[in-house]
Design a protein around this ligand. Structure first.
Ligand code: MG
Length: 379
């Protein structure tokens, strides 16, 4: 049952290229299906979340991460009376613009574009996700992109600088860039996806961190959210240890965060009583954790940053991944003949090269790198 504050597909702000309604699906279900069937979605399976794709078969990839975000998002949306299909569509698309090798790839590509002659605006994965669904997917005879609804695109563009937002507004007056200029919020479904993303990666990065051997259960003693869940698991199953203890603690962590988010958001919704999705956009963010959970999350994030994302072994891999992206960009810029013809002939070659590299999977980027430089940076 949709609440009055939920996005209703019958009142969508619509698509750039108007289309007749589908006989069996509403507009947000249709968007979700377009995303699942697009090329960029299938590439997510070979893209890094934290650990590189070839480092192990069981680490999260961008695809399994996106599925976890969709699962968490849908569960919470159902409880709050939000639109589950819209949440699912946004969650499945939220990382489509990620480069190979995770944030390392993005940062390097950004540097390459900024150093280009003439200097280019740079690279940012949220904007790239929007660019994938608006422009880069080639699936329809009469237009570029997936022609998604405004509400789905609004959720995909999670962050955007004011300068970029102003550029977007020139092309799309009153469009998805507007809220970054006038300081308003997106739909509750979009707000929810942001926090479901956080819940998902905080939990699975602990799992992957321990699996990789870079984190130990002892180190996690100091992380309040994890330690309290582990103690609870041990109180119920005193002889529990190893992976089952880890999983049980993570499972409890996920539940606590989900239940906390639902309770805090419900209270905020009751207090603000927005009568429509449009009213939601004019209010402060309503999808939220309690302040106690926010503090625990912040502590966990700080721990992951110091102990995992900045672990010397992760940093070393990151540096080599950046080298791959930098080399690809340099070779493609200097020798357009090494590019596919459609990329080489593009009117804006730097942007086309960035789009081409951003679209690569980890392993395709490594193969291209080896082909073009003769070097093997990841034996
Ligand atoms: Mg994500």
């Amino acid at each position: 049952m949709l609440q009055a504050y939920a996005c209703d597909p019958r009142h969508s702000r619509g698509r750039r290229y108007p289309q007749d309604p589908a006989p069996t699906r509403d507009e947000f279900q249709r968007d979700r299906d377009r995303i699942v069937h697009c090329t960029a979605f299938r590439r997510l399976v070979y893209k890094t979340q934290v650990f590189l794709n070839h480092e192990g078969d069981l680490f999260r990839t961008r695809l399994t991460h996106s599925l976890e975000v969709a699962q968490l998002g849908r569960s919470i949306a159902r409880e709050l009376g939000l639109n589950e299909d819209l949440v699912e569509a946004i969650a499945l698309a939220h990382d489509l613009g990620h480069t190979p090798f995770g944030h390392a790839g993005q940062d390097q590509l950004n540097e390459c574009l900024r150093a280009a002659h003439p200097p280019h605006a740079g690279f940012e994965h949220n904007l790239q996700s929007l660019r994938v669904v608006d422009t880069l997917e080639e699936r329809y005879p009469d237009h570029d992109g997936l022609n998604l609804c405004f509400e789905t695109r609004e959720g995909i563009l999670k962050h955007c600088s004011r300068r970029r937002a102003e550029q977007l507004l020139k092309r799309e007056p009153g469009g998805v860039g507007l809220r970054f200029v006038n300081g308003t919020q997106p739909s509750l479904e979009a707000q929810l996806c942001n926090l479901a993303d956080e819940i998902a990666y905080n939990a699975h990065d602990i799992d992957d961190g321990v699996r990789s051997g870079l984190l130990t259960l002892q180190q996690l003693d100091g992380v309040v959210l994890f330690a309290s869940c582990r103690d609870e698991a041990l109180a119920e199953f005193p002889r529990l240890g190893g992976r089952r203890l880890l999983f049980d603690a993570i499972r409890r962590m996920l539940s606590y965060q989900v239940h906390d988010l639902i309770a805090a958001t419900r209270a905020a919704l009751e207090a603000a009583a927005p009568a429509s999705p449009q009213a939601v956009r004019a209010l402060p963010p309503l999808v939220r954790f309690s302040s106690a959970m926010q503090a625990q999350n912040a502590q966990l994030k700080g721990f992951l940053l110091r102990q995992l994302y900045r672990h010397p072994q992760v940093v070393e891999t990151t540096n080599r991944a950046r080298q791959v992206v930098a080399d690809l960009y340099a070779v493609y810029s200097a020798e357009p003949a090494s590019l596919p013809q459609t990329v080489a002939r593009h009117a804006r070659p730097h942007r086309a090269i960035a789009d081409y590299i951003a679209g690569m999977t980890d392993r395709f980027a490594l193969r291209e790198h080896q082909r073009l430089t003769g070097e093997t940076l990841f034996p």
